[in-house]
Design a protein around this ligand. Structure first.
Ligand code: HSE
Length: 299
């Protein structure tokens, strides 16, 4: 049996729509072995598909087929700690886990670069799947099915506070809210900030992050879909966050905070959310995962 650990991810980081993402130390675990037939179980209370439509199964089977290897079926057990459909990379984790598990079961015929490409094509955008595989902060472009990317390890001194609403937001819905075209000046607005985000996070110039997270491509259209999203951004900035942004396609809102302020930020953010009437929203404190997907055991 193989055990795989896949990190949560936070894509876009404001301005880097479909191109920037980072991995966080919140993990899903997948156990996998080849059997005759399908057996899929949840190791916790999370309800998951247990048939051919299970995303881990689909990704794994797909890779067996691509590699032309005989596929008899799989036993899969999933421990899901990444909240589903909240913009924290739960689908990516399933796809990446399925691909890595299948590759390991086949004796590793594919390189990490090839897995990065397959994962991005299956996921649709490279900004969740690539950091899930590589860890760290990833800048990625997909061109004709190939991912061109750079991974940068970033400091463990930053804390990422996820404000996780009690409602799901599908990527399809969040993408449907976007306009077909944007003004040239808005393109410039974003590309300059996305470049600034990447180098500022990497180099430690965190005072740039607030400006770097500004965005005109997706957040203005999505924030209104998240009740009190603007107030939560304001709360995060009032409490001293370096930056606040919608994580991936939402519904989670993310705040980047210095570790020295993390304790007071957490206490006051909880009070602030409660004051807004969002007692049911979770606040999760995380930090960067610089390792990416790991095969923990082959037993
Ligand atoms: N970049 C994607 C989006 C992330 O914002 O729609 C979700 O996969």
């Amino acid at each position: 049996m193989i055990k795989i650990r896949i990190p949560a991810t936070s894509a876009n980081i404001g301005s880097g729509f479909d191109s920037l993402g980072l991995a966080l130390n919140l993990y899903n675990y997948i156990y996998m072995e080849q059997i005759d037939g399908i057996e899929i179980k949840s190791k916790d209370h999370t309800v998951i598909p247990t048939g051919e439509n299970n995303l881990v199964y689909k990704a794994a089977k797909h890779l067996f087929e691509i590699c032309g290897k005989p596929f008899t079926g799989l036993h899969i057990e999933q421990e899901n700690n990444i909240p589903m459909t909240r913009g924290l990379g739960s689908s990516s984790a399933c796809i990446v886990g399925g691909l890595f598990g299948a590759n390991e079961l086949m004796g590793n015929p594919l390189s990490q670069d090839e897995l990065v490409n397959f994962a991005a094509v299956m996921e649709g955008h490279p900004d969740n799947s690539t950091p899930a595989i590589l860890g760290g902060l990833v800048t990625a472009v997909i061109d004709e099915g190939k991912v061109y990317c750079v991974k940068q390890e970033i400091t463990e001194k930053l804390r990422f506070f996820a404000f996780i609403p009690d409602f799901e937001m599908s990527t399809e819905m969040a993408r449907a809210a976007l306009p077909q075209t944007i003004a040239h000046k808005d393109g410039v607005f974003n590309l300059s900030r996305a470049a600034l985000m990447s180098v500022s996070l990497y180099s430690g110039k965190f005072q740039n992050l607030r400006i770097a997270a500004q965005d005109r491509l997706h957040q203005p259209y999505r924030l209104g879909l998240i009740k009190d999203g603007d107030k939560v951004f304001q709360l995060a900035y009032d409490l001293g966050a370096y930056a606040a942004y919608i994580s991936g396609a939402g519904s989670t809102l993310m705040a980047i905070v210095d570790e020295k302020m993390a304790e007071s930020f957490e206490t006051e953010a909880r009070k602030g959310l409660d004051h807004l009437g969002h007692q049911s929203w979770e606040i999760k404190k995380m930090m960067i995962d610089n390792l990416g997907t790991q095969i923990l055991a082959n037993i």
